[in-house]
Design a binder for this molecule. Structure first.
Ligand code: G3D
Ligand code: MG
Length: 179
């Protein structure tokens, strides 16, 4: 009965789903958060601490935390993990040098006990840049196929135009409705 009630609450949109946006500094996390919210590119400056916004997708409500990605702030990512249903990992698809670092951060994060039930959405951002890696290349470099305990998805996008972001929100919605 309790489970059924929780499911109905989810379907009718009465419960907020916690989402965190992580990724290295300059990946485009804050630009993506405000594209989700306003469907416009906003001017950003490096995030110190976090930004949080509520985003509704056809009655499904997400509380989305955008967490600063500089090295000094990454150590505090885990204080945001509790009750997170979806982790959005934003990758700057032109930043080949730091992809190994991103892979390490991703796998470290997914080993954390507070994220055992979280789904992972990897956004291959900055697809408008001509030297960007494809979503398939990023998926391979991040060894996403080795992730077995979490539902995951990779999506190519451009935060400046919003391309790829509606599809991302649809995937997020389908995930929380399925769980
Ligand atoms: P962060 O929150 O992950 O640190 P920001 O990243 O959202 O602050 O974005 C960092 C820079 O990348 C910003 O440029 C922003 O405009 C740019 N950016 C974000 N997404 C895209 C994209 O899809 N394509 C391109 N070309 N640039 C993008 P500035 O110049 O303000 O530092
Ligand atoms: Mg930021």
């Amino acid at each position: 009965m309790g489970l059924l009630f929780a499911k109905l609450m989810t379907i009718f949109g009465d419960r907020e789903h916690k989402v965190i946006i992580v990724g290295l500094d300059n990946a485009g996390k804050t630009t993506i958060l405000y594209q989700f919210l306003t469907k416009e590119a906003v001017h950003t400056s490096p995030t110190i601490g976090s930004n949080v916004e509520e985003i509704s997708v056809r009655k499904t409500r997400f509380l989305v935390w955008d967490i600063g990605g500089q090295e000094s702030l990454r150590a505090s990512w885990n204080s945001y993990y509790c009750n997170t249903e979806i982790v959005i990992l934003v990758v700057d698809s032109t930043d080949r040098e730091r992809l190994t670092l991103t892979r390490e951060e991703l796998h470290r994060m997914l080993a954390h006990e507070d994220l055992q039930n979280a789904a992972v959405l990897v956004l291959a951002n900055k697809q408008d840049m001509k030297d960007s890696m494809t979503a398939a290349e990023i998926s391979q470099c991040l060894t996403l196929s080795s992730i077995t305990g979490h539902s995951w998805h990779v999506q190519a996008c451009c935060a400046l135009t919003g391309e790829g972001l509606p599809a991302s929100l649809d995937w997020m919605r389908s995930r929380v409705l399925a769980s």
